[in-house]
Design a protein around this ligand. Structure first.
Ligand code: HEC
Length: 124
C-alpha cells in the first residue's frame, strides 16, 4: 500500500503531469548544447561539412552532404539529421566525432533535442 499512497501524494503536488507538455526553449536549452558541443567545428569560420550551428537560421539553412537533407524537420526527430547524427550508435558518423575531445551528448541532452523537435522545433 505505502508506495501507492506515495505515488498518489506525489501526483497531487503542483507540476505533476505537466512535464510532458512543457515546451523546450531553443534559446535556453538547445542553443547552449550546440554552443558547447558543436560550434567548435560548425561555426562561421570553421564549418565542417558546410554546417553552421551558431544560430537558429544557419542551422535551418544547413544541409547534409549526402542528399542535401535538412537538419531539422519539425515534429520528426527520426527525420532530423541534427538529432540522428547525435543519437546514432554508429560511431563512424556520430557527432561529435569520437576522435574529438568534445564530449558526447548525454541522454538528457538527446531527450531535450528530441522533445524540442517533436514540439515543432520553434525558435523560442
Ligand atoms: C570535432 C569536430 C566536430 C564536432 C565537435 C561536431 N562535428 Fe559535426 N561534423 C564534423 C565533420 C568533420 C563533419 C563532416 C562530415 C564528415 O566528413 O564526416 C561533420 C558533419 C556533420 C553533419 C552532417 C552529416 C552529413 O551527413 O552531411 C551534421 C548534421 C553534424 N555534423 C552535426 C553536428 C552536431 C549536432 C554536433 C554537436 C552535437 C557536431 N556535429 C559536432 C565535425 C564535428
Amino acid at each position: 500500500m505505502r508506495p501507492l499512497v506515495l505515488l498518489i501524494v506525489a501526483c497531487l503536488l503542483p507540476g505533476c503531469g505537466q512535464k510532458t507538455v512543457k515546451s523546450i526553449s531553443f534559446h535556453e536549452q538547445i542553443q547552449p548544447i550546440l554552443k558547447s558541443q558543436c560550434v567548435k567545428c560548425h561555426g562561421t569560420e570553421i564549418a565542417r561539412g558546410k554546417i553552421v550551428l551558431t544560430t537558429y537560421e544557419s542551422m535551418m539553412n544547413s544541409r547534409t552532404a549526402k542528399g542535401k537533407k535538412p537538419l531539422v524537420v519539425a515534429q520528426e526527430p527520426a527525420k532530423s539529421w541534427l538529432y540522428i547524427v547525435c543519437a546514432t550508435n554508429q560511431p563512424h558518423y556520430r557527432m561529435p566525432p569520437d576522435t574529438s575531445t568534445v564530449v558526447a551528448l548525454t541522454k538528457e541532452q538527446l531527450q531535450l533535442l528530441s522533445k524540442w523537435i517533436e514540439g515543432g522545433a520553434k525558435e523560442n
